[in-house]
Structures are given as structure tokens and as C-alpha cells.
Ligand binder design. Structure first.
Ligand code: GDP
Length: 547
């Protein structure tokens, strides 16, 4: 494929994620975006009620039981000449690490706010991750069909708490029972809202948009004039949308609607198509081949999406997506090139070569074999444990993307299997789950314990469930004597010997992680503080970047 058509293929991709506090309406919005994009025909497919609850992003039994979505996935659809890749981020706060990794694969984020609640704690956390990674944000204020806060108060909250200039693209005409519709700020076009009886089908049947001054039939006494007044104020009081300021992360376009009532969704999809960035230029490093002696220092490079070579990275490993196949699927975000099925790709850190014969694209209605893919696309690569979260893949095997972080777990527990004969089996299972990034595994240097770390309690439940279901292991979690885990490394000017000196003194509290990197297990956070002070030549790290 020529350079120009490669760049063109890349430029029509929109790879984005939705971030929201639980209950703001992320799942409902996902479904209605797919509906607006023509990817599904009826609402209710993503999270159907009753018996039919097994859904695209609800792969695991526990997800169904708890009604939460714990594993990130991707949904791909074509609309209006563009390809949209919607990354599904788990909303539950216990899975923030997973969410964080998924956001590394997104070029844009849709921030969903509940119109009655505004910015909530999890919104803020996720926003900060986006800011850190320079991901531009489109705001969608949801649930207008319910009583909402004053729109200006909502925008002020965005401005003051996120330091982000809100540029209203639409303006709502009231909310709840009095919701009449919304008006496009730039053009004065009015989109009427058709109220539906509760429980009626979710299909869109809102009347056609028309100029506000011709929309009298949709208003009661005085309402149309006061909307016109509000519009004048909005035009004066808020900046007009500037796409560059948005891409640089200073401004967010603000759209409104009701996911449940399919109101404002087409406008949102249009905004994503028009403004969300195409796959971005990525920073990477060019490394020497693994077997090279006296290898030259790695070189900082940038990867253009229109480049020839296929490159990308694994941001998630998912097991058990299809109960009929015990497969493991690495979610691979392409950064550049033109992929063809059957191609050989190399894993940068191991040098292993992989023939990608059965890559999967996740179209909303079905999984399909991917015959080809381009920058921005996300493919699932089935494999038997060759690929891990954070791995970089490319044709040369020399490109390495900045490592995805591991975070020090907040909870550490000891795990035992009830049947002692199955201890060996347990190790394999725990390794598997740690490679997927479900939990972290630490092997103390002394003793035969397995210490498992997680960011939240729910992860242990997922783990116990999967150990039972997939590996037939009945496990017990017990409190561990440890409160914190820290990766250790020499401080500036110190050497490996200084670290080893520390390790020698604290041998009973040393462990290895999945990569056998040394980890100090502290009994209390006071102890972490104590060793940090006593051993200034050692750094005690809360995050580790793999790769
Ligand atoms: P998530 O936790 O962010 O994925 O939120 P869900 O999509 O599961 O929505 C949480 C609840 O809010 C559900 O009961 C939805 O039916 C409801 N909901 C979502 N969007 C809307 C909306 O636009 N209007 C109203 N009234 N309810 C909504």
C-alpha cells in the first residue's frame, strides 16, 4: 500500500474511550452510540434485561452477577466513511489500573457527566489520567430527561475543577419534564425532544431539527423567547469551539442529551467523527536486537501512523472470552502500518516471532477474522501466553513503546489452595492471571507462599471465581502480614550493591514479581517510611514500567 493511502486509512480512524463515574450512563451511552452508528439494530443488546444479559462486554459470569463491567473490550464499527473503535473501560473503581492501561490505547475520551450530579470522584480520577496522557476530551452531559442542574453551573464546574475551557456546542432547553430539546449554539438550529412513555422502545423518533425561530410549536408560553435570551448569553459568555485548543487539551466541546432516550447521540457521534483526532504520532524507542552484544544505546524515535512498518502494543490480555475456547486474547493497538492476516510480528523484549493467523476484530454484532488493519485499529490476537500486557510488537521487533505501568497494589493477600496436591497447579493459574494483569503475584524469597496484590477487593472476587471456573481450584484468601509492596532500585549515584545490601538485611520481606524483579513487602506504611529514610541509597517505587 502506498504511503499516501496508508496515511489516508489511518486518518479515517477514531479510536476513543468513554470515561464516567459509575451510573452516569456509560453502558447506556455505549449502546446508543452503537445504535446511532448502525452497528446494532435495537437498543438493549449491550445490556439486555433478564435472561439475555450475556453481552459483548459482559464476558464473565461475575460481571453478570454484579451488573458491572469488569473487563475492557473494544467495539468497532463503520459509519459515515469513518471507522470507529470504541474502547470499553471498566467503570468500577477497583479496576482503575485496567482502565488506565486501556486509556493508553485511546486517542480521545468522551467524558460522561450525570446532569444532576456533575463531576463525581471517579470522573475526576479518570480525567487526570487523560490529562497526563494528553488525551483530548469531549464532554457529554447525560440524563437531561431528568431534573438537571443549571447548565451554566455545570459548565462552571468543568472550568473550575478541571481547568478546562468548556465550549458549549449545544444548549439545552430545560430538563426533566420540561425538556423541550436543545439548540445548536453556532447555528441556532433547534433539535426538539420527543418525550416517550416510560418503558417505551428506545428507538429514536425525535422530530427533525429546524431553525429556533420556527420552532414555536415545541414550546409553551415564553419558553422560546427565554431560550433565545439564554442563547445570546451563551454566545457572549463562552468561547467558541476551537479545535486546536481541544486537541491541545485546553478546551472541551460540551454536548448534551439523554442516552436512555436516544437524544443528542447523533450529534455526539458527529462530534467524534469531526473532531476526535486520528491516530496520533507515538513516541517509542528503537532497541538493539535482544542477542546483540555491546548493543548501542536505544534511540528515541517517533512512529507516524502512515509508516510502512506494522507496530503497536498490547494494552490488555483477556482470557475466556468465548467459553467454548480456552483462549487468551491479547488486545493489540496498532500505531502504524498496514497489517495483513498471516503476517509475522516480533515481540520486542523477548525477540519471539509470532504468525498472526487468526486476529479478531470486534464488530458490535460479531467477532470477525481481521483480514487487514491499520493504525488506530485494535485487534485481538489469540495466543498461548506468548503475549503479555505492555509488550510491543513490530515487524522488525526493535520498536518499543513506553512501558505500561504496574501500580503498587493496595491490598495484599495470601492465597492457598484447599487441596495441597494442587499447589503446583495454583502457581500456573496465578501466573496466568498475573500475566493478564488481573492481579499481581509476588513470590517471597523465603517460604512457599503466594502473595497476591490488587488495587481493590473486587479483584480478589474475580480471581477466586476464575480460579474455580477455569482452573478447577478451590482457593482460600487469607490476610497477609504485609500492607504495602514497593519495587526497589538504586537511588541516583548508588549501585546495585547498595540495593543488595538492603535486600540482605530484609531478606524475609523480599519477594519477586512476575518478572522476578525485586519487591519489598512492608508490614505497615510506617515501615515503608522508615526504610525509605534509613536507606537513602535505595528507591522504593510505587509504580513499575514494564518493557
Ligand atoms: P454506567 O454505570 O455508567 O455504565 O451506567 P448505566 O449505563 O448502567 O446507567 C446507570 C443507570 O442510569 C441505569 O439505570 C440507566 O438506565 C440510567 N440511565 C442511563 N442514561 C440515562 C438517561 O439518559 N436518562 C435516565 N433517566 N436514565 C439513564
Amino acid at each position: 500500500m502506498s504511503q499516501a493511502s496508508l496515511a489516508q486509512e489511518a486518518s479515517r480512524r477514531r479510536t476513543f474511550a468513554i470515561i464516567a463515574h459509575p451510573d452516569a450512563g456509560k453502558t447506556t451511552l455505549t449502546e446508543h452510540i452503537l445504535l446511532a452508528g448502525g452497528a446494532i439494530r435495537a437498543a438493549g443488546a449491550v445490556r439486555a434485561r433478564g435472561e439475555n444479559r450475556r453481552t459483548r462486554s459482559d464476558w464473565m459470569k461475575i460481571e453478570k452477577e454484579r451488573g458491572i463491567s469488569v473487563s475492557a473490550s473494544v467495539m468497532t464499527f463503520e459509519h459515515d466513511g469513518k471507522r470507529f473503535n470504541l474502547l470499553d473501560t471498566p467503570g468500577h473503581e477497583d479496576f482503575s489500573e485496567d482502565t488506565y492501561r486501556t486509556l493508553t490505547a485511546a486517542d480521545c475520551a468522551i467524558m460522561v457527566l450525570d446532569a444532576a450530579k456533575g463531576i463525581e470522584p471517579q470522573t475526576l480520577k479518570l480525567f487526570e489520567v487523560c490529562r497526563l496522557r494528553d488525551i483530548p476530551i469531549i464532554t457529554f452531559i447525560n440524563k437531561l430527561d431528568r431534573e438537571a442542574q443549571d447548565p451554566m453551573a455545570l459548565l462552571d464546574e468543568i472550568a473550575s475543577r478541571l481547568q478546562l475551557d468548556p465550549a458549549p456546542i449545544w444548549w439545552p432547553a430545560e430538563s426533566g419534564n420540561r425538556l423541550r430539546g436543545m439548540v445548536e449554539v453556532a447555528t441556532g438550529t433547534f433539535q426538539p425532544y420527543a418525550r416517550k412513555a416510560p418503558g417505551a422502545a428506545d428507538e429514536p423518533d425525535h422530530p427533525e431539527a429546524l431553525p429556533l425561530d420556527q420552532a414555536g410549536a415545541y414550546f409553551e408560553e415564553g419558553e422560546q423567547a427565554s431560550l433565545q435570551d439564554a442563547l445570546d448569553l451563551v454566545r457572549e459568555g463562552y468561547p467558541t469551539f476551537d479545535v486546536n485548543a481541544f486537541l491541545e487539551g485546553h478546551m472541551t466541546p460540551v454536548l448534551w442529551g439523554s442516552a436512555l432516550r436516544h437524544f443528542g447521540i447523533e450529534a455526539l457521534l458527529q462530534a467524534i467523527g469531526d473532531w476526535a483526532p486520528a491516530p496520533k504520532v507515538m513516541k517509542a524507542r528503537k532497541e538493539a536486537p535482544p542477542e546483540t552484544r555491546n548493543a548501542p544505546a536505544p534511540e528515541d524515535i517517533t512512529i507516524q501512523p502512515g509508516e510502512d512498518q506494522v507496530t503497536g502494543f498490547v494494552f490488555k490480555v483477556q482470557a475466556n472470552m468465548d467459553p467454548n475456547h480456552r483462549d487468551r486474547i491479547a488486545m493489540f493497538r496498532m500505531a502504524s502500518g498496514s497489517f495483513k492476516r498471516g503476517m509475522k510480528l516480533k515481540v520486542q523484549n523477548t525477540g519471539k516471532s509470532l504468525s498472526v493467523n487468526a486476529p479478531i476484530m470486534f464488530f458490535a454484532s460479531d467477532r470477525e477474522l481481521a483480514e487487514e488493519a491499520h493504525a488506530g485499529d485494535v485487534m485481538g490476537i489469540p495466543n498461548h501466553g506468548v503475549l503479555r500486557v505492555g509488550d510491543s510488537l513490530s515487524e522488525t521487533g526493535l520498536v518499543r513503546f513506553a512501558g505500561l505501568p504496574n501500580f503498587a497494589p493496595e491490598i495484599l493477600q495470601r492465597v492457598r489452595v484447599k487441596d495441597p496436591l494442587k499447589a503446583k497447579h495454583l502457581k500456573k493459574a496465578l501466573d496466568g492471571l498475573a500475566e493478564e494483569g488481573v492481579t499481581q503475584l509476588f513470590r517471597p524469597e523465603i517460604g512457599a507462599d503466594f502473595i497476591v496484590g490488587a488495587v481493590g477487593q473486587l479483584q480478589f472476587e474475580v480471581m477466586a471465581d476464575r480460579l474455580g471456573e477455569e482452573y478447577g481450584l478451590d482457593v482460600i484468601f487469607e490476610p497477609s502480614p504485609y500492607a504495602e509492596a514497593r519495587w526497589i532500585a538504586p537511588a541516583e549515584g548508588a549501585t546495585r550493591a547498595d540495593v543488595e545490601d538492603f535486600m540482605g538485611k530484609y531478606r524475609p520481606q523480599m519477594a519477586g514479581d512476575l518478572d522476578s524483579d525485586p519487591v519489598f513487602l512492608a508490614k505497615t506504611s510506617w515501615e515503608t517510611g522508615y526504610v525509605t529514610e534509613r536507606f537513602p541509597k535505595v528507591r522504593f517505587l510505587k509504580t513499575k514500567e514494564r518493557g
